[in-house]
Design a protein around this ligand. Structure first.
Ligand code: CNA
Length: 290
């Protein structure tokens, strides 16, 4: 993955939250494009906010925090990733009102696809159907040996990740430990969660779905993302210019022209939109936020 920004011209006569509610009512094929901001209320830091992971890593003395998620650097020294991987481990069985809102879009037959950049698997906790979710940057669900491609359940890595140690492949482990003279490369027999690092390709399912989905899409809603990482950031220019686009985000995105910018905490916006749509969200916080 690499980084790109994009821009488009705004559509006329679509400016307000009332327009957003009308568009959601009328839409049948919504692409919801999500990022780390939709999980921050669960205590998972995003990358680029003031108190996000990148700022925390800089405080730890890591000058370029993207190094931590760089495949070539991982292959040279997997410990750099495993020193911080505990900070991005998926949470337990929890989800947010915003995740409930996406589930509701699906139940109403309006969700074409949720393209998520998140690796935290919270969409599943919320019950968003798997066929509606494209995990563009992979997830912690599985992990793969860097030497023999043996795949394990991602949960098997969690104890090692919490201890900041390097999880090893059950098949390559013995060979690696026999190697007194350290003849093997640093990543020999190392298990890596199947999350997409910089310099890695996105899952095939992303490429196969996006081409048809942008043709069918009649509304795009981007939520909790800074849209700094391509190719996901390019989705907003791949959908036809006639398709309205809504942003729900705490911070504005200056490089992109959305038709409506709903700036604020996405859980609050989800609750507000649901109220206006006459929907009840299946979430314990729904009434308290109201
Ligand atoms: P980012 O670049 O950190 O941007 C996050 C955006 O969310 C910012 O623009 C914030 O303003 C906004 N935001 C933060 N909190 C809220 C909130 N409560 N309500 C509304 N908006 C909010 O993250 P992106 O997702 O754009 O960048 C893509 C990276 C982040 C992907 O590669 C992910 O794998 C990676 N990531 C994922 C997770 C996760 O899975 N939860 C956590 C951290 C990073």
């Amino acid at each position: 993955i690499n980084r790109v920004l994009s821009s488009r011209d705004k559509l006329q006569d679509i400016n307000t939250i009332e327009d957003t509610v009308r568009l959601i009512r009328e839409a049948k094929n919504i692409i919801v494009l999500t990022g780390a901001g939709i999980s921050t209320s669960l205590g998972i830091p995003d990358f680029r906010s003031d108190k996000g992971l990148y700022a925390q890593l800089q405080e730890l003395g890591i000058s370029d925090p993207t190094d931590v998620f760089d495949l070539e650097i991982f292959q040279d020294d997997p410990q750099i990733f495993y020193n911080i991987a505990h900070m991005v481990l998926p949470p337990g069985d929890v989800y947010t009102p915003l995740h409930s809102f996406i589930k509701k879009l699906s139940e109403e037959g309006k969700l074409l696809r949720n393209y998520t950049q998140n690796i935290d698997l919270v969409e599943s906790n919320a019950g968003i159907p798997d066929d509606k979710v494209i995990r563009c940057h992979g997830s912690f669900a599985t992990a793969t040996c860097q030497s023999c491609d043996f795949q394990v359940d991602g949960h098997e890595l969690y104890p090692a990740i919490r201890e900041k140690s390097i999880p090893l492949c059950p098949h390559c482990k013995d060979e690696r430990e026999k190697d007194d003279d350290a003849l093997f490369p640093a990543s020999f027999g190392v298990l890596k969660p199947d999350i997409v690092f910089f310099h890695e390709s996105l899952p095939k399912r992303f490429d196969t779905s996006i081409v048809e989905d942008v043709k069918k899409c009649d509304l795009l809603i981007a939520i909790g993302t800074s849209l700094q990482v391509a190719p996901v950031s390019k989705i907003v220019v791949q959908v036809p210019a006639s398709v309205p686009q809504i942003l729900i985000n705490r911070d504005p995105i200056l490089d992109c022209e959305f038709d409506v910018n709903l700036l604020g905490l996405c859980d609050d916006v989800a609750v507000l939109l649901s109220e206006k749509l006459g929907w009840t969200l299946n979430h314990e916080k729904f009434n308290s936020i109201k």
